[in-house]
Design a protein around this ligand. Structure first.
Ligand code: GLV
Ligand code: GLV
Length: 320
């Protein structure tokens, strides 16, 4: 008998075709709306595999309802949406999609850094609003990127890809990570520093760590207070790593200069969220990995992982 798989969102046809060859598919058919909790609770009961997204909260109480689930395949590198311990206790394999999105996410991170530094969104709006009367010496002036100091917090795959882009802009590179990356230090001009020093010296602070209990609120009022008044904070990792109330205060008071955010504590972020009211914040709807090629590669890798686990083989990327 073919295993049954629940897919929590409409995925591209080529993905459905691949899974269909080996499995019976049940799917939440909408593209722009996450599966409601009650629906997920109902569907998870009798399936062998789950293909899910970072918008789905796969928590303890949900997993309690699963009677024969073998694998949770998350189409994302981050897996903070899944209760890993609960899955492990139930003997459920959890997989993710690292690697394929590394360069795409580093591109977006650098794009957001530049857009924030040079006020691209604000400037474009200025033009389209008809405010552009004349060229003027200090009009819409921002911060330089070339030759500035970048502080990268988290030197995993994406951090390392970001560092290469920073090197191309002759930036001074500081990084902080749980462990030193001596292999990278050999090949790139970069300096390992404690978090406080990174915050004190960087013109750009980029968050590149996974979201875990250890990194929750890693950047709060105390950390923001160490940053320079011209500093820019970039977060393309996960919202909860930066305390949003503290960030709002620091941006509003001019303690730091600007922020570029692709991720939020709650997604989608509410339109009346205080951070969206500030002119010195550039916001994006969690599009770090959103290139056509990369999203398809992520979906295919999630499919590989799912099918391998259902076939009792070791998936390519196992979390637990
Ligand atoms: C995106 O945020 C991912 O974790 O893949
Ligand atoms: C994290 O897993 C990364 O790819 O940086």
């Amino acid at each position: 008998m073919k295993p049954t798989v629940y897919i929590t969102r409409k995925v591209p046809d080529e993905i459905i075709q691949r899974i269909e060859e080996h499995c019976v598919i049940l799917m939440w058919e909408k593209e722009d709306m996450a599966v409601p909790r009650d629906e997920l609770e109902k569907e998870i009961q009798e399936v062998d595999g789950l293909f899910c997204l970072l918008t789905d909260s796969i928590d303890h109480s949900l997993l309690e309802k699963a009677k024969r689930l073998k694998v949770i395949s998350n189409m994302a590198v981050g897996y903070n949406n899944i209760d890993i311990e609960a899955a492990k206790l139930k003997g459920i394999t959890v997989t993710n999609t690292p690697g394929v999105l590394t360069e795409t996410t580093a591109d977006l991170t650098f794009a957001l850094l530049m857009a924030t530094a040079r006020r691209l969104i604000e400037s474009s709006r200025y033009l389209s609003n008809g405010e552009w009367q004349t060229w003027s010496p200090m009009q819409l002036t921002g911060q330089d990127v070339y030759g500035a100091t970048i502080g990268i917090i988290g030197m995993g795959r994406i951090g390392a890809a970001l560092l290469k882009r920073a090197q191309g802009f002759d930036m001074k590179i500081l990084y902080h990570n749980r462990s030193r990356k001596l292999d990278l230090e050999k090949n790139f001009s970069m300096t390992y520093v404690e978090l406080d020093q990174l915050l004190k010296e960087s013109d750009y602070v980029c968050i590149m760590t996974p979201y875990t209990p250890d990194t929750k609120n890693l950047i709060g009022a105390k950390e923001l207070a160490l940053m320079k008044s011209n500093a820019i904070l970039i977060n393309t990792a996960r919202g909860g790593i930066v305390n949003e109330d503290a960030l709002y205060s620091a941006l509003q008071s001019g303690q730091i200069w600007a922020a570029g955010l692709d991720v939020f504590e709650e997604e989608p972020v509410a339109l009346n969220h205080p951070l969206l009211t500030l002119p010195n914040v550039v916001t994006l709807p969690h599009i770090g990995s959103a290139s056509i090629k990369t999203r398809l590669q992520m979906a295919h890798l999630a499919t590989d992982n799912l099918l391998l686990a259902l076939n009792n083989q070791t998936p390519k990327h196992v979390v637990v």
